[in-house]
Design a protein around this ligand. Structure first.
Ligand code: C5P
Length: 205
């Protein structure tokens, strides 16, 4: 059986943590699609041409351990605005979504462009300040030198670029269930997402 859960939302909304947790709960495969754009961004920082990098995305690049930096996030958001870059990554994501056994994909355009037919669509948000605080603590724990103000400014800049682009902008699908995690713990958000998915799974039996 194929069953797709699309989880979209802005940077540091908690969608990554949530996606991993619901994938583990249901035994579904998980794809962090942001990593694809980060890998292309990384290659562009290293001198590659963006569309070529996306068309020939290498497994070694996806496995690099330096894709989570602010520099790569910014480069990812820039290459993600190029229509041919997005186009080059579509087939891989759609094939992943329809694999048998169930799949969770998180990103910005999963429910709107990649999998408009997804059985479940969630759009995860949180206030700018809470997202910045979460990302700041994450970066600090990894030993990066930064400030809350800098992280907040970076997030806002990236969200503005992701929301304003012409191709596949960040926005909720019309039929997405919105999940505002500003005042939720991870456990509460997971419980809510699991309930939404269980309801859809139950309806198919
Ligand atoms: O989710 P993450 O922060 O890793 O994504 C990095 C960047 O990749 C985003 O800011 C966005 O520009 C881009 N992206 C996208 N579409 C997706 C996933 C990520 O445009 N489905």
């Amino acid at each position: 059986m194929s069953f797709t859960v699309a989880i979209d939302g802005p940077a540091a909304s908690g969608k990554g943590t949530l996606s991993k947790a619901v994938a583990a709960h249901f035994g579904f495969a998980h794809l962090d699609t942001g990593l694809l754009y980060r890998a292309v961004g990384r290659e562009v920082l290293d001198g590659a041409e963006p569309v070529e990098a996306a068309r020939e995305l290498r497994k070694e690049t996806l496995e690099r351990d330096d894709l989570r930096t602010a520099e790569v996030a910014e480069a990812a958001s820039k290459v993600a605005a190029i229509a041919q870059v997005r186009e080059a990554l579509v087939d891989f994501q759609r094939a992943f979504a329809r694999r048998s056994g169930g799949a969770v994909l998180d990103g910005r355009d999963i429910g709107t462009v990649i999998c408009p037919e997804a059985e479940v669509k969630l759009f995860v948000t949180a206030s700018d300040e809470v997202r910045a605080e979460r990302r700041f603590l994450e970066l600090e724990a990894k030993g990066f030198q930064t400030t809350r103000a800098e992280v907040l400014a970076d997030l806002r800049e990236r969200d503005a670029r992701d929301s304003a682009r012409a191709t596949a902008p960040l926005k909720p699908a019309e039929d997405a269930v919105k999940l505002d995690t500003t005042e939720m713990s991870i456990d509460q958000a997971v419980t809510r997402a699991v309930a939404v998915i269980e309801e859809r799974l139950g309806g198919r039996e």
